[in-house]
Design a protein around this ligand. Structure first.
Ligand SMILES: [Zn+2]
Length: 43
């Protein structure tokens, strides 16, 4: 019934700028809202 998007993925990053969930693409983590991106190897 009530499924949360967060439960679909164990690996979820939140944008440090706007708080949007970020997705991974070719070892880059991209925010769909503000366009902020960072490398997935960041500490
Ligand atoms: Zn963002």
């Amino acid at each position: 019934m009530a499924t949360t998007d967060a439960a679909e993925r164990e690996w979820v990053h939140l944008c440090s700028r706007c708080g949007e969930r970020m997705y991974e693409s070719h070892c880059k983590i991209i925010c769909p809202r503000c366009g902020s991106c960072r490398d997935c190897t960041d500490p």
